[in-house]
Design a protein around this ligand. Structure first.
Ligand SMILES: Nc1ncnc2c1ncn2[C@@H]1O[C@H](COP(=O)(O)OP(=O)(O)OP(=O)(O)O)[C@@H](O)[C@H]1O
Length: 509
C-alpha cells in the first residue's frame, strides 16, 4: 500500500484528503488483518465439522441427513443477510475515513483553526461525523446481532425436530438403538459449536471484506503517469528543454496551457512571470512529468520525456517548491535526501554552496540537530536554504524553482538571493520568479497570461516593448497602483485585469 501510494500521481492527492488515505492505510488494513486471523481459526472449525459430519453419517446416515437439512436454509439466510450487512459495514469504513480526514485536517491546520477561532464550529462538525460513525456501527451491530438468534433457532429446530422427534420415533419403532440416539444427540451438539463459530466469523469476515474492498480500490488505481513499456534510460543530459505546441488541461475542455512553444538552451536561466493562476506551476511540473501533456510534447536533450523512465528523468533534475517540505530527522539527513550516499564532506559542501553552513553550525548540534516534522523549528528562510542544499547535492543539470513569496526579512532575502545565484550557476534553470533580482538577472523571461505565452525576452527587451511585462512589472513592484485599459502585445490588444493579468483573448474593441 505504501509503495503504491508513493507511485500515484499528484492528481490523486489533489482529490483525496490525506486523513482519508491514512484511514485506508491504517484502519482498513488493520481490519483486513483480522481476515487472516479468522482464516486460521476457521480452519480448525471446518476440520472438526468435517469429522463430526463423517461420524454422524457413519452412525446413522438417515438421521444425519434430517439434521443436516438445516444447512441449505442457513446458507440461504447468510447470503441474504450478507447483501444488507455488507452495505452497513462499508458505511462504517466510509464514516471512519471521514472522521480521520477531518481529524487530520484540523490537527494539521491547528494554527489557522486557533487564529480564526474555529474550535467550536469544528467541534460541532466533528460531532456530526462521529454521530454518523456511531449510527453506522449501531446499524452494523443490529445486523450482526440478528444473525446469531437466527442460527440458534435453526439449531433448535435441528435438535427438536431432527434428534428428539425423528430420532425418538425411529428409536421407538426399533429402527435405532437408544444408545445411538444418545451418541447422536452428543454429536449434534458438538456439530453446532463450529457452526456457531463460523457464522460469527462470517460476520467479522464481512467487515474485513468491506475494508479489503477499500484497500483494493486504492491498489487498483493506476498512476496517471507511468513508464512506457519501451521507455529508455535518459542518458546524461546537457539540460536542453523544448516545449512543442504544448496544451494541458486538468479538467477536459478547460485548457490551462495553450499552445506553448519554448526552447531553453543548456545552462540558460529562465524566469517565468505572470499573474496568479496563469499556469506557471503547471508549466514547470510538466517538465518533471507530474502529469503528461494533453497535446504536443516536451523534449529534454531531444528525448520526448514520455519515452524515458521517470526515474532517469527525475534523477537529473531537482525541484524546489515554494514551501519546502523538510522531514523529521537531522539537518544532514535532510540535505542528503536527494543523494543518500553523499559523504559528510559533500553535505557540508552543499550547505556552503548555498550559504546555509553558517546558520547550521550555530544550531545546537550543528548538522546533527534534529528537525521537527516540516522543519517547523527553523525559520522560513532557513528552511529554504536547506531545500536549496538538498537540491544541489544531487548535482542536477536542470533545476526548477518556485520562489517563495513569503515575507522574509531583507537580511534573509539577501542570503537567499546569493544562494540562488550559486544554485543556478552552470545549470539549466526555470524559476517561477517573484523577486525583482531573479527576474532582472534571467537570460530569458517568459510572460504567461491565462495559460498563454504572451511575451518572451530579456528584462530590458521586454521593458522596451512596453507590453504585458512592463505593465506586470510595474504593478508587481509598486511602480503603478492599478493597470488600466488595454495592452498591446504581439500585435494583439489584451484587456488588462485589475490583478495585473490579462484577459485570455485579445480584446475586440
Ligand atoms: N489540480 C488541479 N485541478 C484542477 N485545476 C487546477 C489544478 N491545479 C491548478 N489548476 C488550475 O490551473 C490554473 C493554473 O494554475 P497554476 O497553479 O499553474 O497557476 P500559477 O500561475 O502557478 O499560480 P500561482 O502564481 O498563484 O501559484 C488555475 O486556473 C488553477 O485553478
Amino acid at each position: 500500500m505504501f509503495n503504491h501510494l508513493q507511485e500515484l500521481s499528484p492528481s490523486f492527492y489533489h482529490r483525496t484528503p490525506v486523513g482519508q488515505i491514512m484511514s485506508r492505510s491504517q484502519s482498513d488494513v488493520l481490519q483486513l488483518q483480522e481476515t487472516f486471523e479468522l482464516i486460521v481459526q476457521s480452519f480448525s472449525d471446518v476440520l472438526s465439522l468435517l469429522g463430526i459430519v463423517t461420524m454422524m453419517l457413519i452412525i446413522d446416515w438417515q438421521l444425519a441427513l434430517i439434521c443436516l437439512s438445516i444447512v441449505p436454509p442457513l446458507f440461504f439466510i447468510l447470503g441474504y443477510w450478507q447483501k444488507f450487512a455488507r452495505h452497513s459495514f462499508m458505511r462504517i469504513r466510509r464514516a471512519i475515513a471521514m472522521v480521520n480526514g477531518e481529524y487530520n485536517q484540523n490537527i494539521t491546520g491547528v494554527r489557522v483553526v486557533q487564529s480564526l477561532n474555529r474550535q467550536d464550529a469544528n467541534m460541532a462538525h466533528f460531532d456530526d461525523l462521529n454521530s454518523e460513525h456511531l449510527n453506522a456501527n449501531l446499524e452494523a451491530s443490529r445486523f450482526s446481532g440478528a444473525l446469531q438468534p437466527i442460527v440458534e433457532m435453526l439449531i433448535g429446530i435441528a435438535m427438536g425436530f431432527g434428534v428428539v422427534f425423528a430420532g425418538g420415533m425411529m428409536a421407538k419403532g426399533g429402527a435405532l438403538e437408544w444408545g445411538v440416539l444418545v451418541a447422536f444427540a452428543l454429536y449434534i451438539q458438538r456439530f453446532f459449536e463450529p457452526i456457531r463459530h463460523l457464522t460469527m466469523q462470517y460476520s467479522m469476515l464481512q467487515r474485513a471484506m468491506a475494508a479489503g474492498v477499500r484497500i483494493f480500490e486504492v491498489l487498483d488505481l493506476k498512476p496517471e503517469v507511468s513508464d512506457d513499456p519501451d521507455a529508455l534510460e535518459l542518458p546524461e543530459i546537457q539540460g536542453e528543454i523544448e516545449f512543442e505546441d504544448v496544451h494541458f488541461h486538468y479538467v477536459p475542455g478547460v485548457d490551462v496551457l495553450h499552445d506553448v512553444n519554448l526552447r531553453i538552451q543548456p545552462g540558460e536561466n529562465v524566469a517565468i512571470v505572470g499573474s496568479t493562476g496563469a499556469g506557471k506551476s503547471t508549466l514547470v511540473t510538466l517538465i518533471a512529468r507530474f502529469a503528461d501533456v494533453t497535446q504536443g510534447r516536451i523534449m529534454v536533450d531531444g528525448h520526448d520525456i514520455r519515452h524515458v523512465t521517470r526515474r532517469s528523468l527525475a534523477g537529473q533534475m531537482s525541484m524546489v517548491l515554494q514551501e519546502p517540505y523538510l522531514f523529521s530527522g537531522t539537518v544532514a539527513d535532510n540535505i542528503r535526501y536527494n543523494n543518500e550516499d553523499a559523504s559528510s564532506q559533500e553535505v557540508v559542501d552543499a550547505a556552503r554552496t548555498v550559504g546555509a553552513h553558517d546558520f547550521i553550525i550555530n544550531l545546537e548540534n550543528g548538522y546533527d540537530s534534529i528537525l521537527a516534522e516540516r522543519g517547523v523549528n527553523l525559520s522560513v528562510g532557513q528552511r529554504q536554504l536547506l531545500s536549496f542544499a538538498r537540491a544541489v547535492i544531487g548535482n542536477p543539470r536542470i533545476i526548477i524553482l518556485d520562489e517563495a513569496t513569503a515575507n522574509i526579512d531583507t537580511q534573509t532575502e539577501l542570503l537567499i538571493q546569493r544562494a540562488l545565484q550559486r544554485v543556478l550557476e552552470g545549470r539549466t534553470s526555470i524559476v517561477i520568479a517573484h523577486r525583482l533580482s531573479t527576474v532582472r538577472n534571467a537570460d530569458k523571461i517568459i510572460v504567461l497570461s491565462q495559460g498563454r505565452m504572451v511575451e518572451m525576452g530579456t528584462h530590458n527587451e521586454l521593458l522596451s516593448q512596453g507590453g504585458v511585462y512592463e505593465r506586470l512589472y510595474a504593478v508587481n513592484y509598486g511602480l503603478i497602483s492599478e493597470p488600466l485599459g488595454t495592452i498591446e502585445s504581439n500585435g494583439d490588444t489584451y484587456a488588462a485585469l485589475p490583478d495585473g493579468g490579462l484577459a485570455a483573448t485579445p480584446a475586440d474593441d
